[in-house]
Design a protein around this ligand. Structure first.
Ligand SMILES: [Zn+2]
Length: 391
């Protein structure tokens, strides 16, 4: 089932995927989702925030059980982060139908929009807007690398920017949410198990640093006369690494934009994005405060912040028991990665996650991989879990 997706948004030179929200690749993926829903006779709805829902049963009568993930990717991402959860959702639904019987509750497959935040900088945009975790005005004003706002991009895609925002009607249909995801680490390898369950998502955030100086000639401007923003930027990157090691968290500067971007010019402006996460909120906050102080008069703005999300303990234990297939319960693992399931959990929706073993642990890279047999074990575990929750 992953096969028809392999060519969409693939960079032939690297083998990595580039699937920005609302890009042509994303639109093609959304069409694929609609086709899979139609083939199964599911009722397809797009909510006011661009999230796609394929329903077996009517969630307006009684809240349903929802599973799914996202189809967009980080730039140069792998084939499994996101799509595995959606393909597995459809496959689990097929398996439930093969087993016979009709679920006692509506069953939904969801595709959340713009989970990675690759284009506008804020991850989990679809679920944040849905639950009201981000103000629509702030979201719509975010810009991509071309300077287009989310509002512009939505309009161009034929959507209505004025209707984005918290959507209680759609939320009321979600009685529980279970997201299957490729593990982004090697916890399951250590346990020797194909499928695990998420314990909690580390607190995490993104910050934008704007270092401003003065663009000038690289040959004729004396060193003493320069106001070069690359220097405080470089100090920040090294300090982030040192502070992360000291405080037991992780910190990454993975995106930087240099203006005007000429090899023979002192830059005038360096914008850099810091991603920081860790087991303890205070340590992450302290790291950012330390870097902000180091950056002195330069502007630092918080683009997103998600506090620690502990998944519903009863649901977590139920998932572990059912995903264990009647034997030893599936292992319960913490994760440093954010997910839509975390946004829903923070909004009070009972939510949980299943992880599928990743042999190398590598993710957000073309090297990301999961074995076929493990993916199949994931589908069986997901079907068992859905069957249990739909009783
Ligand atoms: Zn993901």
């Amino acid at each position: 089932m992953l096969e028809p997706l392999t060519h969409i948004g693939r960079d032939a030179a690297t083998g990595g995927y580039v699937r920005d929200a609302w890009s042509p690749a994303d639109m093609e993926l959304r069409e694929w989702f609609a086709g899979e829903a139609a083939r199964r006779g599911l009722d397809l709805r797009e909510d006011r925030n661009g999230n796609l829902w394929a329903w077996w049963g009517d969630p307006s009568r009684s809240p349903g059980v929802v599973t799914g993930s996202h189809l967009d990717s980080v730039r140069q991402g792998g084939a499994y982060d996101g799509p595995l959860g959606i393909v597995s959702a459809f496959a689990a639904l097929d398996l439930l139908r093969e087993r016979g019987g009709t679920p006692g509750r509506p069953l939904g497959v969801v595709c959340f929009t713009d989970e990675e935040g690759a284009r506008f900088g804020v991850p989990c945009m679809g679920s944040r807007l849905l639950t009201g975790a981000i103000e629509p005005e702030r979201a719509l004003a975010l810009t991509d690398d071309d300077g287009d706002t989310l509002a512009d991009v939505l309009k161009r895609a034929g959507r209505r920017p004025e209707s984005v925002g918290r959507d209680d009607e759609t939320l009321a249909g979600v009685g529980a949410y279970v997201e299957l995801h490729v593990e982004q680490g090697r916890g399951l390898v250590a346990h020797g198990r194909p499928v695990g369950v998420a314990a909690a998502i580390w607190p995490h955030g993104r910050w934008r640093f704007d270092f401003r100086g003065r663009a000038d000639h690289a040959g004729t401007t004396r060193l003493a006369d320069r106001d070069d923003p690359m220097l405080p930027f470089a100090r920040m990157v090294l300090a982030a690494r040192a502070a992360a090691e000291r405080r037991g968290v992780v910190a990454t500067v993975g995106k930087v934009r240099v203006r005007p971007g000429n090899a023979n010019a002192v830059p005038g402006h360096v914008a850099a994005w810091l991603d920081a996460r860790g087991p303890a909120e205070d340590d992450v906050r302290a790291l950012v405060a330390e870097l902000a102080e180091l950056a002195g008069g330069h502007e630092v703005s918080e683009e997103s912040w998600t506090p620690v999300v502990g998944f519903d303990p009863a649901l977590r234990d139920r998932l572990a028991r059912v995903a264990g297939g009647g034997g030893t319960p599936a292992p319960v693992l913490p994760t440093g990665a954010g997910h839509d399931a975390g946004i829903l959990a923070a909004a009070g929706v009972p939510a949980g996650m299943l992880f599928v073993r990743n042999p190398t642990g590598v993710s957000h890279s073309p090297e990301e991989h999961a074995e076929q047999a493990d993916c199949e074990a994931g589908v069986v575990a997901l079907a068992d879990v859905l069957e249990d929750l739909c009783r």
